[in-house]
Design a protein around this ligand. Sequence first.
Ligand code: AP5
Ligand code: ZN
Length: 213
Amino acid sequence: MNIILIGPPGSGKGTQAKILEERHNMKQLSSGDMLRAAVSEGTEIGKKAKSYMEAGELVPDDLVVEIVTDQIEKLGDKGFILDGFPRNVHQAEVLDQMLDQRDRNIDRVLVVEVNDDVLVERIAGRYTCAQCGEGYHDKFKQPEKEGVCDKCGSTEFIRRPDDNPDTVRNRLAVYHEQTKPLVDYYKEQGKVRVIDGEQPIEEVTKALEQAMS
Ligand code: AP5
Ligand code: ZN
């Protein structure tokens, strides 16, 4: 099964994609993670993407499409969860063409809805393990042993540079203007299921799994 997770910044796309990846033998493909890796490795794509990401704007389509479609190619027949891609109608059209040429398709588009005020609180408290990337939150998801990653034991954690209040406001505006219209694009294909993303993490997972079956 191939699915797309659509939702505003902080709605839990990354959190849920990681859970579904483990439980359902699917591969998470996060365009944001791929771009952050390109920036930290200093690749050509990373150098071009950096300023857009810092401002909370979308990175130009050609750069993103290239890195995501490369990863899909590498998967073979394994199912995938797209997290953060596509993010506008043009990216969705390019994805559909690419999958069509390979006799593959998107089965479900799961839209995770969360109100803007909740999102700001979630993003402000978010941090990740510097070593394995496990996600945490100051209030909602702390490591079992304070200051030590549950998954890998590392004691180093990082916060994203685009999680500051000004950039977050712009990321939300960009979501409403450019990404929301995607929902109608996929509604026309009959693939959309809307999930209440304000429930506890496990409840959101259950709702997503129901929508996938
Ligand atoms: P990207 O990395 O995709 O960021 P985003 O869409 O802004 O989403 P986030 O990663 O902020 O949030 P999330 O929904 O994954 O939430 P999370 O699970 O972490 O994109 C970053 C930038 O890259 C963009 O601004 C753009 O510049 C560029 N980019 C990426 N893709 C692109 C594309 N296709 N085209 C062009 N540019 C692109 O959860 C948030 C926090 O809340 C966590 O701490 C978590 O523990 C907590 N939490 C999660 N679920 C719950 C819950 N149910 N209850 C309580 N807390 C919860
Ligand atoms: Zn870790």
